[in-house]
Design a protein around this ligand. Structure first.
Ligand SMILES: Cc1ncc(COP(=O)(O)O)c(C=O)c1O
Length: 366
């Protein structure tokens, strides 16, 4: 089976992990974090072109820490797209905010600007645009609405490390950016996450929140958790950062090949890259008009690890029972999308297999 993603773990990652193990310096609960964590954060901040990067143990932790840092609480409202990974929105439930789900754009699968406007109330505190599949949301418009209404923006950049919006790195445009290093992401440390910001005070709060609200040992000043990234993960992630440009280049080449080949197939809509956008192609997603589930099953039975991100729009999950209104574009995407392997380890033979198998599947299950 050609997997949907294959982490690229080479000699450098193994040696880095070994170094940490041999040092016996496995974690560090200090405000600053351990030396491997600090080195990873330095590189990450430099890449995203932000002042601060705070490493945590998952993308979900990054989102939660961001909401806590901005003091989001009961009575506040957050706005997020209805078509995304659940934790973009469930993290708002943890801080007892009311989440408003907005519909998405058909072409990019990112949050619709009109829908943001529709959902704003006097209680709206945060907008959470998601750069879904790596394609940037319309950040100029998001930032403008946020400024006009005194709202903060937390970018969910879990899938978009290295994607650019008008030449700016996603995750570095809003007040806070949240990234994931989960194993299917563009770089990985198994699990992991990063919160970015240019605001010194928020960065300080984030560092405290990730380690029990402490500034100095045992002085818990604010409510925090243990969201720390282990040293071994940071050492692996540092090596992955050095390879990020190479990974993105390979994904861009693979996506270009797929776009050329697959756009010839009737009833298949290949993913777009708008003129303001440069995607990292972390997920390559088609919209198919035929019987989607049968097509996915056929692909999988024939060795192509296709996956549906995401089969249920958030407004249809019981967790969001207050948000059961109709979101037509979210629902249509959830019914018709298919993601294909696009990772850097694909050979030319793999790419041809993906194309040929899809052609047969689409014809079979129109
Ligand atoms: C859009 C989006 N948001 C948030 C997350 C949460 O990240 P994690 O799985 O690292 O907690 C993910 C990744 O799964 C994601 O794709």
């Amino acid at each position: 089976m050609i997997p949907i993603n294959r982490p690229i773990i080479e000699k450098e990652e193994k040696e880095a992990a070994q170094r940490v193990l041999e040092s016996l310096y496995l974690t560090d609960s200090s405000f600053e974090g351990g030396k491997f964590v600090r080195e990873f954060e330095r590189r990450f901040a430099e890449f995203v072109k932000v002042k601060h990067a705070v490493a945590v143990n998952s993308g979900t932790s990054a989102l939660l820490a961001a909401l806590i840092a901005l003091n989001v609480k009961e009575g506040d409202e957050t706005i997020a797209p209805g078509f995304t990974f659940a934790s973009t929105a469930t993290t708002s439930l943890f801080v007892k905010a009311r989440i408003k789900l907005a519909d998405i754009e058909q072409r990019t699968y990112c949050i619709s600007i009109d829908e943001i406007k529709k959902n704003i109330t006097n209680n709206t505190k945060i907008i959470i645009p998601v750069h879904l599949y790596g394609h940037p949301a319309k950040m100029d418009e998001v930032m403008e609405i946020a400024q006009e209404n005194n709202i903060s923006v937390i970018e969910d950049a879990a899938q978009s490390l290295g994607s650019e919006y008008k030449g700016r790195m996603t995750g570095g445009i809003g007040l806070i950016g949240c990234f994931s290093l989960y194993a299917t992401k563009i770089i990985t440390s198994g699990e992991g996450g990063v919160v970015t910001t240019n605001d010194d005070e928020i960065a300080e709060r984030l560092r405290m929140i990730r380690s029990h609200g402490q500034h100095k040992t045992y002085d818990s000043k604010i409510l925090g958790l243990n969201l720390r990234m282990p040293q071994i993960e940071a050492a692996i992630a540092t090596e992955q950062m050095k390879k990020l440009d190479r990974f993105i280049k390979a994904r861009r080449e693979n996506s270009k090949f797929f776009n050329e080949e697959l756009s010839k197939i009737k009833d298949v809509i290949t993913p777009v890259e708008e003129d303001y956008a440069k995607s990292n192609w972390s997920i390559y997603t088609l919209y198919v008009k035929g019987k989607r589930d049968e097509i996915v099953q056929y692909l999988r039975e024939n060795g192509v690890g296709a996956v549906v991100y995401y089969p249920i729009p958030l407004n249809k999950l019981p967790l969001f029972k207050d948000n059961q209104q109709c979101l037509p574009n979210c629902e249509s995407a959830a019914e018709h999308v298919i993601s294909l392997p696009v990772h850097p380890a694909l050979s030319q033979e793999d790419r041809m297999k993906v194309v040929e198998t899809l052609k047969v599947a689409v014809k079979k299950f129109l």
